[in-house]
Design a protein around this ligand. Structure first.
Ligand SMILES: Cc1cc2nc3c(=O)[nH]c(=O)nc-3n(C[C@H](O)[C@H](O)[C@H](O)COP(=O)(O)O)c2cc1C
Length: 165
């Protein structure tokens, strides 16, 4: 199947530009590793399955942050609020100590739970599936809660935005 399918040459900048028209929320996926807390900003987060309760996200295979995150069997999805653009920017850098200036505590599974997020979803990695130059990480949900009622941070056309309800 994979060998025989057509693979037209899609220009990467056009791919980014067109796919950037699909708005996403922003989450910070965190984990506690033997070397301390790790985390990265993720737009490719999605709910997946209700029974069993599962979610997914897609880190780049060459991501240094993913290399750290995958050393832990657990992770926490932190759903950013509209006033947390600075947190998204912090976790999209290669900064070695993203947690130094940040307010956070440990979630039930021990992962960093960032202050002020709208909601969190604690997970245990169930499966890692090949997704081209990304991995697809499927997590079994072990704990979750809404922690603030508010509006989400949105990423659209390469920039940050907000929505009103
Ligand atoms: C809004 C937003 C969404 C992102 N979504 C993803 C994503 O889904 N997958 C991914 O691998 N990187 C994503 N990134 C990039 C990473 O957060 C980050 O830039 C990268 O992991 C840093 O490099 P490192 O992991 O090698 O340290 C996103 C960045 C931003 C700002």
């Amino acid at each position: 199947m994979t060998e025989n399918r057509e693979s037209p040459n899609i220009d990467p900048s056009k791919y980014r530009q067109v796919l950037g028209h699909f708005p996403t929320g922003v989450v910070i996926v965190t984990a506690m590793t033997d070397d301390g807390p790790a985390g990265m900003a993720i737009g490719s987060f999605s709910s997946l399955s209700l029974d069993p309760a599962q979610v997914l996200y897609c880190p780049a295979k060459n991501s240094g942050s993913w290399a750290k995150l995958r050393t832990s069997p657990h992770f926490c999805v932190n759903v950013l609020a509209e006033d947390q653009e600075d947190v998204s920017r912090l976790f999209s850098t290669k900064n070695e100590d993203k947690f130094a200036e940040l307010g956070w505590k440990r979630s039930a599974n021990g992962s960093p739970l960032i202050n002020g997020v709208l909601a969190y979803i604690d997970c245990t990695i169930a499966n890692i599936v090949d997704g081209g130059d990304h991995d697809i990480v499927i997590g079994d949900v072990t704990d979750l809660a809404v922690t603030h009622e508010g509006a989400p941070l949105i990423f659209f056309r390469g920039g940050y935005g907000r929505v009103t309800f």
